[in-house]
Write a new protein. Structure first.
Length: 293
């Protein structure tokens, strides 16, 4: 088995598919991490990509494209992943997202390749997004080994392959409130983690249960926007988040309020990453993290 080495090449064009959103690639996603206490979660986000289910005679689109223009196409059957996608949101000094990096790997390939175009496309193409399944690193390790890749490189090595990421808007925070902290706290910040559509009923039920969310409205009513609310203390800091529909489920978001007891803000990034990971494993695809105040 060959050991993957750095291959700094650009990503491919968009993919499309015809399977329903939320269906799985090989095995089901790993359970979301427990959220009763602060935990360490992998910085990198892992996805499996299912081959397109299409019989129209057109060649399946590529996850990655070599510089010479020759596309790598999936050679696995429909019960096996067509590829692996690894991503990372780079967060700025205020913990808002400033860049999205990504790489892809295809069965039988000895290299990882840039996948920026694929990452962008799966967030705008609902068909393609439905072929993407958020999974844990442990599941990707097993799939990578089974498909001939050997041992999955560690996260620092994978990060070293990033070279064609997508910059994200990095404007000043959208000050929606008074700017005054919650009583008893040094500072209050509000973040929005934006996700694509595609949260199936079982994924929604998983998030509501995992976060022990308070549900005050009829979830079946498409007019319901805030579907659940949760709270947690991390040391002296307090966090609250609302799981919200945007439109009639056209997209989803988490509105996260961070009440900081001191000038330190080191609890914010781990919390945002943990919440993003849990939502990703439930079937949502994160788009960005914005600071609102």
């Amino acid at each position: 088995m060959s050991t993957p080495s750095a291959d700094r090449r650009p990503g491919s064009g968009p993919l499309s598919r015809s399977e329903p959103a939320g269906s799985l690639l090989a095995t089901g996603p790993a359970p979301a991490p427990p959220t009763g206490h602060r935990i360490a979660v992998p910085v990198l986000d892992y996805y499996l990509i299912r081959p397109p289910d299409r019989d129209d005679g057109n060649p399946p689109p590529a996850l990655v494209t070599h510089p010479d223009g020759i596309s790598d196409e999936a050679t696995t059957d429909r019960t096996s992943p067509a590829g692996i996608l690894v991503e990372e949101f780079e967060l700025g000094a205020d913990c808002s997202a400033v860049r999205l990096d990504s790489i892809g790997w295809l069965p039988g390939d000895s290299h990882w390749h840039g996948a920026a175009a694929f990452s962008r496309a799966m967030r705008t193409d609902a068909d393609l997004g439905g072929r993407v399944c958020g999974v844990s690193r442990q599941e990707v390790e097993a799939v990578y080994r089974r498909l001939g890749g050997g041992e999955l490189p560690d996260e620092e090595t994978l990060r070293g392959y990033f070279d064609d990421g997508t910059p994200l808007p990095n404007s000043a925070p959208l000050w929606l409130g008074t700017g005054q902290p919650t009583a008893g706290f040094h500072q209050t910040r509000v973040y929005r983690i934006l996700f694509t559509a595609g949260l199936a009923p079982d994924g929604l039920a998983k998030l509501l249960a995992t976060w022990e969310m308070t549900v005050d409205h009829d979830l079946a009513d498409p007019r319901t926007r805030v579907v659940g609310t949760a709270r947690r203390r991390v040391g002296d800091d307090a966090f609250g988040w609302d799981l919200r529909r945007i439109g009639a489920g056209a997209a989803w978001c988490l509105d996260v309020t961070a009440d900081l007891a001191s000038p330190r803000d080191d609890t914010i990034e781990p919390m945002l990453r943990e919440l993003t990971t849990a939502a990703r494993l439930a079937g949502l695809i994160p788009v960005t993290i914005e600071r609102f105040s």
